[in-house]
Design a protein around this ligand. Structure first.
Ligand code: SF4
Length: 382
């Protein structure tokens, strides 16, 4: 394990062993972490809670942080064609999705790394007919199991079957409070209503539910956003705010990106609504970008990325262990630092030097060695 407690932007690169977090910060972290733990307790999985408490104590008392979550794309195939899709460039019909033997090995490595949240995603995850079997490979009693879907293929019987297989959380994505705008964005009539229906079916079978909102530059400044968050929270959903990232199909929609003081607005919303959060809010370490330190992204064909939006592969689990790939990636200071902003969405220099460069290559993700010089840039100024 590595101590990341001092790896904020201000104290980059300083390793420390014990008890060096200010009491105030530690208290604030404890309050937020306990709020997260509330959702865990409601799952009725005592082993997950015990593992979570163990990670929490090690983080607070020893400053030892291990990854908390892995996002596993089981397929890049999809039934839709949305305007913001970041996985579209990763899809390759000629490559093979990971087989069960590889996934079993990934599950063992997740255990070694201390990961407690297994988040299956796509493409459209419900297109995997064998999702129940895959969930079984990841010891659902020891792990919190989450799926992120567009909801269009959800039926009550499938959701119940997934619940029985060990699924805990069902999440869908929404972007706009306006039904017509939402359906146009997704190129799918009735998307808005159907996604809410899928969430309500998930609740009926006993799953916890969440909604991801990709908050573009217009929505973040709109009075409709707090209304949407409030409405979704009233329906019992956790709401996650995602930033618009210039990757995949969003690449061409530069007018929708953030480069102003939008994070300040986002922060205020997380303070106002207890059920609204960003990925910065679930860290065991300092608030900030969790890429690789706390969250790992695994592509359908086995490539390991620090972040779903940064299409750089640090190795492939078909030929190498997840543990060694994780350590390799943390050898790059840009990924062992808790940046106080999103590298992929808000850091112009990182976008120019790394993200835009990946477009020069025919296969995505690009192998890290092809961008090693760029990744070793000492400081990425915003
Ligand atoms: S770069 Fe941005 S999207 Fe990626 S992990 Fe960091 S904060 Fe999240």
């Amino acid at each position: 394990m590595i101590c990341f407690s001092c790896h904020s932007d201000k104290n980059k690169g300083i390793y420390s062993r014990m008890g060096h977090m200010h009491l105030k910060k530690a208290t604030a972290k404890a309050v937020k972490t306990l709020a997260n733990a509330r959702y865990l307790i409601a799952l009725g999985k005592p082993r997950v809670v015990l593992r979570y408490i163990d990670k929490f104590i090690k983080a607070i008392c020893l400053g030892k942080i291990t990854p908390r979550q892995i996002d596993i794309a089981l397929t890049f195939d999809c039934n839709m064609s949305c305007d913001h899709c970041f996985t579209a460039p990763l899809f390759n019909g000629n490559e093979k999705e990971m087989d069960y033997a590889t996934l079993k090995q990934v599950a063992r490595d997740c255990k070694k790394l201390g990961i407690t949240v297994i988040h299956f995603t796509g493409g459209e995850i419900l297109m995997r007919k064998d999702l129940e079997t895959v969930i079984g490979l990841f010891e659902p009693r020891r792990n919190l199991i989450y799926i992120q879907s567009n909801g269009m293929l959800a039926t009550k019987s499938r959701l119940l079957s997934l619940k029985k297989a060990g699924l805990d959380f069902f999440g869908v994505s929404l972007e706009y409070p306006d039904k017509d705008k939402q359906d146009t964005f997704r190129h799918h009539d009735g998307y808005f209503d159907k996604s809410l229906l899928a969430l309500s079916m998930a609740q009926e079978v006993g799953l916890q539910t969440s909604v991801n909102i990709t908050i573009d530059n217009q929505l973040i400044h709109s009075p409709e956003l707090p209304k949407l968050i409030s409405h979704l929270g009233t329906l019992g959903h956790i709401v996650y705010g995602n930033l618009p990232v210039p990757v995949g199909r969003f690449k061409e929609k530069k007018n929708l990106l953030w480069f102003g003081d939008e994070r300040r607005i986002l922060k205020k919303l997380t303070e106002r609504f207890p059920f609204f959060r960003t990925e910065f809010d679930s860290n065991f370490g300092p608030k900030g970008c969790p890429a690789m330190k706390e969250k790992i992204y695994l592509c359908a064909y086995g490539d390991v990325l620090a972040c779903p939006y940064i299409h750089v592969s640090f190795g492939n689990v078909i030929t190498e262990s997840l543990v060694s790939i994780y350590h390799r990636c943390l050898g790059f200071s840009v990924f062992n630092t808790y940046h106080d902003h999103c590298l992929a969405a808000e850091n112009k220099m990182f976008i120019r030097r790394v993200i835009d460069k990946t477009l020069d290559f025919s296969r995505q993700p690009v192998f890290y060695k092809d961008l090693e010089k760029e990744l070793k840039t000492p400081t990425f100024k915003r």
